[in-house]
Design a protein around this ligand. Structure first.
Ligand code: SGN
Ligand code: CA
Length: 521
C-alpha cells in the first residue's frame, strides 16, 4: 500500500468511526417531543373536528399546521388503563393496569420515556399521572396526587408534596414551560404535559366563570334515548345527566334545591381562597337563584342540567386550549417549532349528552374515540387528514420511530409515522381491539370487549351477562340499533367473529384472563 492509499483508508475509517459515534449520540437531528394529553376531552368539543360546540383555536393550529386523525381510538376508555397503554405500547391485560381500582401498574416495566431517556433524551412528566407510585424514566416530574384538584391543587414535585395557589390548568402549563426553560439545552427532550381538565366536576378558571352563559349549547339528537335496540348494559348504566348527576358536585348548588341540605359542593368550597370564593359566588349564585325561583321540570329540567354541565365542561376546555397556545408560542419564540413534535390527545373520549350520558367506559363511539392531532413540520404536511384506524397503543411505537429508536418486540402497537406523512401503508390494520374491565364500579358499565372495523362494531358484554351487540356504523352512526340477530347481517357477523378471534389471539387476550384481575375498588 502506498502513502496515498493509506491516507484514503485512514480517512474512510475515521469517517466511519465518527459516523457510528454520532449515530449513537442524541443530536440536534433527533426531534423533541411534547405530548399534551387532557383528561376526558371529547373530540366533539374540538372545533377542528367540526362539531360546532365551541372554538379551540390553539388545538386547531395543530391540525391546520399538521395532521388530524379522524379515527383515533383507545383500547379501554378509562384513565389509568389508557395511561398505562400509552406508556408501554401494550394492552392492559399485559401491562396489568386494567382499571382505576385495585389493579397494579408495575412501575418497573418498560415504557417509552425510559427508552428515550436511555437514548440520551431529557424527559419530564407534569400534571395528572394516576398510576399509583412514583413515575420512572423522567429526569423531572411534578404530578397531581390521584385525580388532583382544580383550585389551589397539591402537586408532588420529585416526591415532595405541596399545595400551590392557583388554577390547575394554568399551573400545569406553567410548570411544564418552566422545566423547558431550565432543561439541558444540549439534549433532545420529551415532555409529557397531562392536564387534569376537563375531568369531572368541571370547575372553570376564574376568568371564564361567565363564558358561554348567553349561549344555548345544542342538545344531541339522541339525548332522550330510551335504549331500545340495545342490550342490558345500556339500560343499567348509571351515567345519565338527568338521573345520575348530583346537585352539589355536578350542578354546583351549595344547598340541595329540594331539601335545602348542604351538598357535597362544600368540599370544593373548602379549597377556594377568599378571592376565588367571592368570584365563584358572584357568578354562580344569581344563576342558581334563578333556577330556584321557577324550578323547571321534565324536559325543561333536563335542558337546564345539560346547559350547566356543558357550559362548565366547555369553560374548562377554554383554559386547556389557552395552554396549548402558550406551548406553541414558547416553541416558536425559542426556535423549537420546526424540530419539535407536538401531540394533542385525551386519555379517552366522553359523552356530551349523546344517549343522555356523561362519562365514558363504553365501546360506543363517543368514548372509544379520542382526539388526536400532531404537528411536526419536518415530516408532516400542513392540513393532513389521517382516516386510518389508529389507537393509543400506537403512540409509544410512533414516538420511538421518530426518535430513531427501534420498537421493542414486546410492544403491541404500530408506528403511524408513515400514515402521518401521507404515505399509504400496505397491510395497515383493518380493525381495532377494545376491552373494558371496571365493573362492578362507579357508573355501572358492564365489562365488555370487541372490535371496530371501518364500518362495523362487534361487542361482547360478559361477567354477569352474556350478550352480543353489532352496529353498522354506516347506516346507524349513533349506534341506536344492534343488528346482531338480524339475518341480513349473518355473514357480516360471522366475519367479525373471526376477526375478533384473530385479534384476541394476536394480542394474547383470552377467555378467563379478565377474571384473574382484581377489579373491586
Ligand atoms: C371519578 C368520577 C367519575 C369518573 C372516574 C374515572 N367521579 O371517580 O365520574 O368516571 O373518576 O375517571 S367523581 O365524583 O369523583 O367526579 S377517569 O378519567 O379518572 O378514569
Ligand atoms: Ca379520563
Amino acid at each position: 500500500m502506498n502513502k496515498y492509499s493509506l491516507l484514503i483508508v485512514v480517512a474512510i475509517c475515521s469517517a466511519g468511526i465518527l459516523f457510528s459515534f454520532t449515530k449513537k449520540l442524541p443530536g440536534k437531528h433527533q426531534p423533541n417531543v411534547i405530548y399534551i394529553m387532557s383528561d376526558d376531552h371529547a373530540y366533539q368539543a374540538i372545533s377542528a373536528y367540526g362539531s360546532g360546540l365551541n372554538q379551540t383555536p390553539n388545538i386547531d393550529r395543530l391540525a391546520r399546521e399538521g395532521a388530524l386523525f379522524t379515527k383515533g381510538f383507545v383500547t379501554n376508555s378509562l384513565c389509568a388503563p389508557s395511561r398505562a397503554v400509552i406508556l408501554t405500547g401494550k394492552f392492559n391485560h399485559i401491562n396489568g393496569r386494567v382499571d382505576n381500582g385495585a389493579s397494579v401498574f408495575n412501575q418497573d416495566q418498560m415504557t417509552f420515556p425510559k427508552l428515550l431517556q436511555k437514548a440520551g433524551y431529557q424527559t419530564a412528566m407534569v400534571g395528572k399521572w394516576h398510576l399509583v407510585g412514583n413515575p420512572q424514566g423522567f429526569d423531572y416530574w411534578n404530578i397531581l396526587p390521584g385525580q388532583g384538584s382544580y383550585y389551589n391543587p397539591d402537586f408532588i414535585e420529585m416526591g415532595v408534596k405541596k399545595r400551590v395557589e392557583g388554577y390547575v390548568t394554568s399551573l400545569t402549563t406553567q410548570f411544564a414551560l418552566n422545566w423547558l426553560d431550565h432543561r439541558d439545552k444540549s439534549k433532545p427532550f420529551c415532555l409529557m404535559l397531562h392536564q387534569k381538565a376537563p375531568h369531572r366536576n368541571w370547575l372553570p378558571e376564574e376568568k371564564y366563570l361567565n363564558l358561554y352563559e348567553d349561549e344555548d349549547i345544542p342538545f344531541p339528537d339522541n339525548f332522550f334515548d330510551d335504549y331500545q335496540g340495545r342490550g342490558t348494559a345500556a339500560h343499567t348504566q348509571e351515567m345519565e345527566v338527568v338521573k345520575h348527576m348530583n346537585w352539589g358536585h355536578d350542578m354546583k348548588f351549595e344547598n340541595d334545591p329540594y331539601t335545602g341540605e348542604p351538598t357535597n359542593f362544600m368540599e370544593n368550597i373548602k379549597r377556594f381562597n377568599a378571592g376565588q370564593l367571592k368570584a365563584w359566588r358572584a357568578a354562580y349564585n344569581p344563576r342558581n337563584e334563578a333556577f330556584l325561583k321557577n324550578k323547571p321540570e321534565g324536559k325543561e329540567l333536563a335542558k337546564w342540567m345539560y346547559q350547566r354541565y356543558m357550559r362548565d365542561y366547555l369553560k374548562c376546555i377554554k383554559s386547556v386550549d389557552d395552554g396549548v397556545g402558550e406551548v406553541l408560542d414558547y416553541l416558536k419564540a425559542n426556535g423549537l417549532d420546526e424540530n419539535t413534535i407536538v401531540i394533542y390527545t385525551s386519555d379517552q373520549g366522553f359523552y356530551l349528552g349523546e344517549h343522555g350520558w356523561f362519562d365514558k367506559r363504553f365501546m360506543y363511539e363517543e368514548s372509544m374515540r379520542t382526539p388526536l392531532l400532531m404537528r411536526y413540520p419536518k415530516k408532516i404536511k400542513a392540513g393532513t387528514v389521517v382516516s386510518a384506524l389508529v389507537q393509543n397503543i400506537d403512540y409509544a411505537p410512533t414516538i420511538l420511530d421518530y426518535a430513531g429508536i427501534a420498537k421493542p418486540s414486546e410492544m403491541q402497537g404500530e408506528s403511524f409515522r408513515d400514515l402521518a406523512a401521507g404515505k399509504p401503508v400496505k397491510d395497515w390494520r383493518n380493525a381495532v381491539y377494545y376491552h373494558y374491565y371496571e365493573y362492578p364500579a362507579e357508573h355501572h358499565v358492564k365489562r365488555h370487549y370487541g372490535i371496530r372495523t371501518d364500518r362495523y362494531k362487534l361487542m361482547h358484554f360478559y361477567y354477569d351477562v352474556d350478550e352480543w351487540e353489532l352496529y353498522d356504523l354506516q347506516k346507524d352512526p349513533h349506534e341506536m340499533h344492534s343488528v346482531y340477530n338480524d339475518p341480513a347481517y349473518a355473514k357480516v357477523r360471522a366475519m367479525l367473529h373471526r376477526q375478533l378471534d384473530d385479534l384476541r389471539k394476536k394480542y394474547k387476550d383470552k377467555p378467563g384472563l379478565a377474571e384473574t384481575f382484581p377489579s373491586k375498588k
